[in-house]
Design a protein around this ligand. Structure first.
Ligand SMILES: NC(=O)c1ccc[n+]([C@@H]2O[C@H](COP(=O)([O-])OP(=O)(O)OC[C@H]3O[C@@H](n4cnc5c(N)ncnc54)[C@H](O)[C@@H]3O)[C@@H](O)[C@H]2O)c1
Length: 217
């Protein structure tokens, strides 16, 4: 199942539920490693610090069914959630901007665990072009077009300076990328059928600072 087919399966699932699901998965993977066969919604809820009814509701969007008194089969949570979230199939991505953040993402082997394979990176800096970062080659951005046609790549990751984000997004759309993971603070404009996810560590930091400073007062 491709990322696009998978996103259709997940249609109608509230975003907070989708955000919790990878945590359920990680928790179940941990239990599986310890040899635990069943887990109750209460146990999951305690780990997540939420209400057990929320866990039941979240898992009801999937085909996972709990058994009276024993709870959910841990292996089923791992298998079904990995598949549901699209982590069990590999989608390919290009990364543009192999600088500080881009390199860190290229080094993150965890992405493959979650079904994302970065097959090539692009940059404009002569220092970076031609290098391999964690075995992923960095090409000049001008080679994007040819490689996009050659490799079936569905996702583009943008880690360039904010002022260049739109140019890179336009290039991605022009050469068939279906989803963009935008790490820049710029808000890019793309056609409606292109999926865009903006991610910022700094937004989370702002929340932490806000809570820290509020508690102080
Ligand atoms: N989302 C987050 O949490 C987060 C965290 C850190 C940085 N950022 C953002 O990520 C972006 C990159 O940050 P960084 O610290 O890695 O910067 P950096 O300067 O280390 O890297 C940027 C790279 O992009 C390349 N580049 C510039 N224009 C390009 C273009 N048109 N095509 C291809 N490559 C191009 C540069 O040569 C450089 O290698 C910035 O927009 C920054 O604000 C976001």
């Amino acid at each position: 199942m491709t990322m696009i087919q998978n996103s259709k399966k997940m249609q109608g699932v509230p975003e907070p539920t989708l955000r919790r699901m990878p945590c359920y998965l990680a928790f179940a993977e941990g239990l599986l490693r310890k040899g635990q066969q069943f887990v109750s919604s209460t146990q999951i809820a305690n780990y997540m610090n939420i209400d057990p009814t929320q866990v039941t509701k979240d898992l009801s969007y999937t085909s996972i069914v709990g058994k009276t008194r024993v709870g959910y089969e841990v292996k089923a949570i791992v298998d079904v959630l990995s598949d549901f979230l699209g982590f069990s199939v590999m989608d390919s991505a290009f990364l543009v901007g192999a600088g500080s953040l881009g390199s860190a993402l290229l080094h993150d082997n965890g992405l493959t665990h979650f079904g994302l394979n970065i097959v090539a990176a692009f940059d404009i800096s002569p220092i970076t072009i031609g290098r391999k970062i964690n075995d992923i080659e960095v090409f000049h951005i001008d080679q994007f077009r040819d490689l996009a046609q050659e490799l079936s790549v569905v996702m583009g990751i943008i880690t360039v300076p904010a002022e260049n984000a739109q140019t890179v997004a336009d290039l991605m759309v022009a050469w068939g990328i279906k989803a963009i993971w935008n790490f820049t603070p710029a808000r890019i404009k793309v056609p409606e059928d292109i999926i865009v996810q903006n991610t910022s560590l700094y937004s989370n930091l702002a929340i932490i600072f806000n809570k820290l400073h509020t508690e102080k007062n």
